[in-house]
Ligand binder design. Sequence first.
Ligand SMILES: [Zn+2]
Ligand SMILES: [Zn+2]
Length: 305
Amino acid sequence: MKSINIKFWGVRGSIPTPGYSTLHYGGNTSCVEVAFKNGPHVILDAGTGIRELGKYLQKSKKPLNSYILLSHFHWDHIQGLPFFRPAFNPDNKFTIIGSDDPAIHLDQIISFQMDPTYFPITIDDMRADISFRSIKEESFSLEGVDVQTLYLNHPGYALGFRLTFQNSSLIYISDNEPFQHDKNTEIEKIKSINKEKIEEVFESYVENKNQNLIKFCENADLLIHDTQYLAEEYKDKITWGHSPVNFTVELAMRSKVKQLILFHHDPDHDDAAIDRIEQLSKKILRSYKSRIACRAAQEGMVIEI
Ligand SMILES: [Zn+2]
Ligand SMILES: [Zn+2]
């Protein structure tokens, strides 16, 4: 094992997509397991993929001590948590880490989804030792892993994570788009652009407006990033908080990452559509003579860095 082992348990955005047309890439929503060699066990997001991860973790006879880092609280990132069986075992310990919504604390955000109106059991029925840690844009350490966070361009308060361990680093940015949400006039300008020209706009926009993001991702061994749309689809979905493939590839190149994983697949994209997005990404990378390795995230996929 290299120093970091990453396994994808859920790769879909917005809503689970069971069915024949999504069998190859999978239909569960965001959940990525990150195991650090002789270091902590981290779970990135608790979408429906965490249910299968829980069943897998239960096979271990040893008590679990895991950190669950939540990017934000849209359903596709928390919906699996009530079905995460290890949370019901009193031998286990979990620290749930995420940003407060300014009006609601992290622990309330999580417990509200298990309100009796919506779910038959409450968070108090989870017998594991569960604690909450509210974070903002900051840096902190988890048992030797340096964690950096960055607020993203997404409705609400979504965080991206950079995890660094023994000189290797991975970035997890599940939900993010190129354009800032508080600049309405700019968004109107972008919306009025001719579809054929939108790729040129991404190039200049990445350069000029996303310097913080580029710096955050710089030289990472692995970038997992939102790639929900094709460029032509994105034009009608500006402000929805997700990225077109061109932007994600541009970001990977400008940040000089080693490997790019296309993530948070659109629920309306079948396996063939995701294949096309992967091929398009590779084509763009080839056109720049880039050596960045690139793949679309698939349930069950394992990467070591
Ligand atoms: Zn999402
Ligand atoms: Zn979201």
